[in-house]
Design a protein around this ligand. Sequence first.
Ligand code: FES
Length: 269
Amino acid sequence: MKGAPLVVGFIVLIAVGIGAVTLIAPLIRGERAVPLGRLELPAPGEIRPDYLADGTPVWVARHDDGAVDVLSGFDTHRPSNVGKILWWCAQSEALENPEHGSTYDEYGFRIGGPAPTGLPAYATTVEGSHVVVGEPQAAPPPDAPHTGPEEVDRGRCLGPDHERIWHTFEDWHAWNSPTAAVQAAPEGWILLEAQLALRDGSIAVCALDGCADSVVAANVDPTNAEREFGPLFGDRFIAQVQDGALIGVTRVMPSDAGEPGEAEPPAEP
Ligand code: FES
């Protein structure tokens, strides 16, 4: 049986070799992972809402020193697992969600509010006047030190008198029939003019004229339906179609100035 260890060793050697070749071959051929987006580089000191190739909303932040970050466009506070997007408030120099007050600095570090983490950033490579976006990285912990003043010293953007920018999804096709959207099954993120409602124990995305035209909002928790859903909180969402349902349902701002301060938001869960 002296030959057995030799045979095992030989097999291990072959397996390691195959694995190494598999990993190295794309590098030898000059292949790289497909980037998630190729976005225009803002001017130093500018932060801009933008979208990855599949429509994922992101923030492109060019800091005063010229460094650039591409940050997730989604608030990390997701009660009931309904996504929310953020606006940039010029007054506070922060990304804010007006619903319960999550705020982040230009690097994605949490400043305050119920956000459980900072904003995940994407891997980036600058190529000329563009930034090439790679894979998302881990989110910073909520207590990672943020830059700039403390939350209480920043003020907040509360309404149209304050200078804010956000993702408008302009030029996107707006689906007003959730059923038609799911049947068409477009790739990536889509924009829906619709409302959320509790139906048969789960949350549905319904047409604005009623739930006769509706699709299940997968992964949305119906537990606090009376507090989290309804016409009070807008009628524009983005989502992705998957297996006959909508996933990643995320409330987005109105296309115009938006008046989320007109009504009291629900208490923080
Ligand atoms: S602060 Fe954004 S959903 Fe609560």
